[in-house]
Design a binder for this molecule. Structure first.
Ligand code: NAD
Length: 275
């Protein structure tokens, strides 16, 4: 798929990866970019810089997402690409409140479902359309120090796979973006920002922390080639291969790596059981 002349919607577009994608889609010749974020001022500022439309919305509000899709289709034109990207990270293991997991599931998974079921019927009518869903390398592998992030990003990958399998014959293309660490505001925006600094959860940066520009480079290339996995960190493809080839060996390697990342008295296991 080429961005030239397309109308794109980007959630979580006020900051980080989403902001960069909105800007890149504009320079790639998109006809219009709708920037959605619960940070309404931020969404409007990014939209203003690309001649698009900024909308303040929490992506877990299904009616609001449906309204953005309907209004865009009616007033701006056919949505060629819907990017479900809004997200955040927390720290915690088995001890973390289930309410927190449910909230994150709404943002990382149900928001993707709400967008897909609002926009796909329009796309199917036209015989084409593209969904790009931001998950994480944690959705293919694991996230040390964050059980909730690991669960919800795996579910986001599963949802994207299911939609690709089920709606592909109707002309719906799906890609899932799975980066490791990227320089964005995800750390400072985290409800656990104070606890995260200097912990083993920084392991996401073990293969280097990319700029959002580099992530957008890979996204544009993957959209062009219509690849399902969008992996800005090339090593992730190899890790996925190793996990698939021998999952017991992979778990052993991850155990050793996690043990080396956290001092024994701060290991995520101790958050439940004590030191
Ligand atoms: N930065 C990384 O290292 C990294 C790595 C892998 C995956 N990701 C994923 O990339 C996506 C973008 O994150 P980022 O790194 O650019 O972080 P960021 O904090 O810079 O941007 C995330 C944006 O999403 C918005 N947002 C969060 N919850 C929302 C909600 N309920 N409704 C509407 N908007 C909401 C925030 O206001 C923010 O503008 C997330 O899904 C994140 O999990 C990030």
């Amino acid at each position: 798929m080429e961005l030239e002349g397309k109308i794109a919607v980007v959630t979580g577009g006020a900051s980080g990866i989403g902001q960069n994608l909105a800007e890149r889609f504009h320079t790639e010749g998109a006809a219009h970019v709708v920037v959605v974020d619960r940070d309404e001022d931020g969404a409007k500022a990014v939209a203003g810089s690309v001649g698009g439309t900024g909308v303040g919305c929490d992506v877990t509000d299904e009616a609001a997402i449906a309204d953005i899709v309907a209004t865009t289709e009616k007033d701006i034109g056919p949505i060629g690409l819907f990017v479900s990207n809004a997200g955040y990270v927390t720290l915690g293991g088995l001890e973390a409140p289930v309410d927190d997991l449910n909230r994150m599931f709404e943002v990382h998974v149900l928001a993707h479902l709400y967008a897909a079921r609002a926009v796909i019927p329009h796309m199917v009518d036209r015989g084409e359309g593209y969904l790009l869903n931001t998950a994480s390398a944690a959705g293919l592998l694991s996230q040390f120090g964050s059980l909730h992030y690991t669960i919800t990003k795996h579910a986001a990958v599963a949802l994207a796979e299911w939609v690709a399998i089920t709606h592909g014959h109707q002309g719906i293309k799906v890609s899932v973006l799975c980066p490791q660490a990227v320089h964005t505001n995800i750390g400072p925006n985290s409800p656990d920002a104070d606890r995260m600094v200097g912990t083993g959860a920084d392991v996401a940066g073990a293969d280097g922390t990319l700029t959002p520009d580099a992530v957008s480079d890979t996204v544009i290339e993957a959209l062009r080639e219509e690849r399902f996995h969008v992996l800005p960190h090339e090593d992730v493809a190899e890790y996925v291969k190793r996990k698939g080839a021998d999952v017991d060996r992979w778990i052993g390697g991850m155990q050793r790596w996690q043990n080396s990342m956290f001092p024994p008295d701060q290991h995520p296991a101790t958050w439940l059981t004590g030191a």
